[in-house]
Design a protein around this ligand. Structure first.
Ligand code: ATP
Length: 361
């Protein structure tokens, strides 16, 4: 498969501050690749280096095999979409889309044909003469994308483009943007701090923290097999504990938490007795009223503190005993636990192998 974007050991420092540190990844043609991380982790800096607005301090960026070092933004086969779509309000839709083609001095009949074609492709046929302020938020989004795609970039860079939309429109646009990307087949590099956007839309996601990539993986693998404590915390809900390894057998170890609970967890082979570990259990991996006698099963009695119902799902917040760390438990959707109430004490458990376990220093 052809690689559209290749980032090799890229670093960016501002004075003595390292904003992007030794980042490497490659994106195959036609993929939706997201860079996900908290505010300030270096996502925008990385994207701006790919776009050519700033040069890396070290490393190389190749687009379709060509080294981009020293090449101006307008001479790179990329386009960038910002959160504020930067459409020209005085021009109609066709004028906005034609702008880049006119700057390239393309011929009028070619421009008209390309504008009509791209409007068709983004699902806005016949919208050319509409004013920008006559469009909905989602339609503006599509015009912004059309304006870039009409220039036929190798890679489209999207900098939190859904950030300014209200929640409902964001939800719709996540699905629309993914459909649109599949339909047009252009490589998308999408940056966001919203893990649900990244998981829903992407073929691959890079989780970024403090200027580094922690893990690059498919959404499913990121969720099911986080490779670092940061990824376990940042992607999806997770219950987190700290414990000390008491003994270890093959890939299983027994852990003791600060409040004296003993658990079994599957962990890395270097978890020697005495090591401090962080371990994580997904809310949906916790089973209510587990059967007795199942091997490697952790058990706990908890008190329900609150019940969170959001229409599709119900979750419990519960604490062991009368206090201690709060746990989130996802209830199965068959509504068999509708009778549970705040204050109830319930037995819960989880399989040792459903927890992710990491050594921490
Ligand atoms: P956000 O989601 O808030 O936009 P981000 O992950 O995109 O955050 P960046 O904008 O890439 O983060 O910034 C990464 C770090 O680099 C921040 O600490 C920022 O203050 C710093 N930084 C970015 N640009 C410069 C600059 N020109 N000079 C000095 N520091 C900078």
């Amino acid at each position: 498969m052809a690689v559209d974007l290749s980032v090799e050991k890229v670093t960016k420092t501002f004075g003595d501050f390292t904003a992007v540190s030794d980042v490497s990844f490659a994106v195959e043609k036609g993929r939706f690749f997201s860079i996900l991380g908290p505010s300030g982790c270096g996502k925008t800096t990385l994207l701006r280096m790919i776009a050519g607005f700033i040069e890396p301090t070290g490393g190389r960026i190749l687009i379709r095999g060509s080294d981009m070092a020293g090449r101006a933004p307008n001479r790179r086969p990329v386009n960038l979409i910002f959160q504020h779509l930067a459409l020209f309000p005085m021009m109609n839709v066709a004028g906005n889309i034609a702008f880049g083609l006119e700057r390239r001095k393309e011929k009028k009949p070619d421009i008209d044909r390309k504008v009509a074609e791209i409007l068709e492709r983004v699902g806005l046929p016949g919208f050319g003469s509409k004013k920008i302020d006559q469009l909905s938020g989602g339609q503006k989004q599509r015009v912004a994308i059309a304006r870039c795609l009409v220039l036929d970039p190798a890679v489209l860079l999207l900098d939190e483009p859904l950030g300014a939309l209200d929640l409902k429109l964001r939800e719709q646009m996540k699905v629309e943007l993914k459909k649109l990307q599949v339909q047009v087949g252009t490589t998308f590099i999408y940056i966001t701090h919203d893990q649900s956007e990244a998981l829903v839309m992407s073929d691959h996601v890079a989780v970024m923290n403090n200027g580094r990539f922690e893990q690059v993986d498919t959404p499913r693998n990121l969720y099911a097999h986080p490779k670092t404590p940061f990824v376990a915390r940042f992607v999806g809900d997770n219950n987190a504990w700290k414990g000390t390894v008491r003994d270890q057998q093959e890939d299983l170890c027994r852990l003791e938490t600060a409040d004296g609970q003993m658990f079994t967890a599957a962990g890395a082979p270097d978890l020697a007795p005495g090591a401090t570990v962080a371990f994580f259990i997904r809310p949906e991996a916790i089973i209510i009223a587990p059967e007795a006698g199942v091997q490697h099963f952790n058990r706990l009695t908890v008190t329900i503190r609150s019940i969170l119902f959001d229409g599709a799902n119900s979750r419990l917040l519960a604490t062991p005993g009368d206090g201690g760390e709060e746990l989130m438990i996802a209830l199965p959707q068959n509504r068999q636990y509708d009778h549970l109430a705040v204050g109830d004490r319930i037995d819960i458990g989880w399989n040792a192998r459903s927890a992710s376990c990491f050594k921490v220093s």
